[in-house]
Design a protein around this ligand. Structure first.
Ligand SMILES: NC(=O)c1ccc[n+]([C@@H]2O[C@H](COP(=O)([O-])OP(=O)(O)OC[C@H]3O[C@@H](n4cnc5c(N)ncnc54)[C@H](O)[C@@H]3O)[C@@H](O)[C@H]2O)c1
Ligand SMILES: O=C(O)[C@H](O)CO
Length: 360
């Protein structure tokens, strides 16, 4: 969506891109920005760097928002140089994305897609003791790498839903998550059940060695690129389940295909791919892989919320509103019955640009 400089009273006019291409190139976007453009709402598939930010600045623009929480497609330093505020959409997709990661975990552990294909192919000719035997989750260990908003929500789902024990690795301690597991463990114990436990790992390798199901939820940056590589795949249990709903390049996908080929009981659930929209050669043929096309945030409520937050980021900046004080608490912007607060919900480079913070 491109916001132009035609302003009606307190409303701004918006141009919605009707281009049929799924992924816009830098040249496509340059043409859309043109000579007059105050702000742009874009997608994670676009390459926002110096070329686009300087063009946006020349066109009179001051704001760009990804319609996504992840912004590894954005060169924030280039945006800073050009004085462009960068918005993202945190919080509104936490539960939806975690639910998809949990679904991929179960689908991979219980071989649901393989069994579905078998059924549709007319191959089922009666119950057998060894037909599509998979992994029981209850009492096993779930490993989370990147226990931020989504990683923590996923952990809670797996712990509460399947009574799994937790091991996690993050650069920061997740006290809230630890307290949740402790309290749930006490609740289970009081009801005569085996309590669940938690452990904060001192290294990622510890998670990979110990967990039965591992889900990746870090940001994509230099520290997490190819975080899962041949050496780390070799550390994992032969029957482990690996899930990725963060960003494709967090896994070395060529190495993953090799590992899947060599270890038929090792299974993966993937929402994201290294060269999206493509899969590395061989992945599509792997029966031990469940693959879906980057749909983790695809619930109606979440997608509407993402669009709302992205639009309010850009609109708020154009109107000169301050930046919302807590991007983890964006609910007031999503209340359909009340006017949104006069603030930008989430601007990631607010500090660098010296933007004022909302006192609301
Ligand atoms: N598949 C999808 O549709 C989808 C949807 C939403 C988000 N995402 C991805 O998920 C990511 C996480 O989103 P979030 O809202 O939970 O963000 P978040 O910032 O709350 O969590 C990210 C966590 O990763 C941790 N981290 C950073 N570097 C790390 C490292 N080297 N090792 C371990 N942990 C590290 C951070 O400390 C933080 O706790 C986004 O950046 C985005 O790329 C994907
Ligand atoms: O980062 C994000 O928000 C996702 O990948 C799309 O929902």
């Amino acid at each position: 969506m491109m916001i132009t400089d035609a302003e009606f009273s307190c409303m701004l006019s918006a141009q919605i891109c009707t281009e049929k291409k799924t992924i816009l190139s830098v040249d496509d976007i340059l043409a859309l920005i043109g000579d007059h453009c105050h702000g742009v709402i874009g997608q994670l598939t676009e390459d926002w760097g110096e070329v686009l930010f300087s063009a946006l600045k020349r066109a009179g623009g001051t704001a760009f928002s990804n319609m996504a929480v992840g912004y590894n497609n954005v060169d924030v330093d280039a945006a800073n140089r050009n004085g462009i505020a960068i918005g993202n959409t945190p919080g509104v997709l936490t539960e939806t994305t975690a639910e998809l990661a949990a679904s991929l975990s179960v689908a991979a552990a219980r071989r649901i897609v393989e069994a579905d294909q078998f059924m549709r192919a007319g191959l089922y000719d009666g119950w057998l003791p060894h037909l599509f035997v998979g992994n029981l989750l209850k009492g096993q260990t779930v490993g989370v790498i990147g226990a931020g908003r989504i990683g923590s929500a996923y952990a809670r789902m797996m712990i509460e839903g399947f009574k799994m024990n937790l091991i996690y690795f993050d650069l920061y301690q997740s006290t809230r998550l630890e307290k949740f597991v402790t309290a749930y463990g006490q609740f289970l114990k009081a009801n005569g059940e085996q309590p669940v436990t938690w452990k904060r790992a001192s290294s990622m390798e510890e998670v990979l060695r110990e967990a039965d199901v591992i889900s990746l939820h870090p940001v994509l940056d230099k520290t997490t690129y190819h975080l899962i590589n041949p050496e780390r795949l070799a550390m994992m249990k032969k029957e482990a389940v690996l899930v990725n709903a963060s960003r494709g390049p967090v896994i070395d996908e060529v190495a993953l295909v090799e590992h899947l080929r060599a270890n038929p009981m090792f299974r993966v659930g993937l929402d994201v791919f290294e060269d999206e929209p493509y899969m590395k050669p061989g992945l599509a043929e792997m029966k031990n892989a469940v693959v879906v096309p980057h749909i983790a945030s695809a619930s109606k409520w979440t997608r509407e919320g993402m669009a709302t937050l992205a639009a309010l980021n850009v609109l708020g900046k154009i109107k000169g509103y301050p930046v919302w004080g807590n991007p983890n608490a964006v609910e007031p912007f999503l209340d359909e019955k009340a006017a949104p607060p006069p603030a930008c919900p989430s601007i990631v480079n607010a500090k660098q640009l010296g933007l004022p913070s909302s006192k609301l």
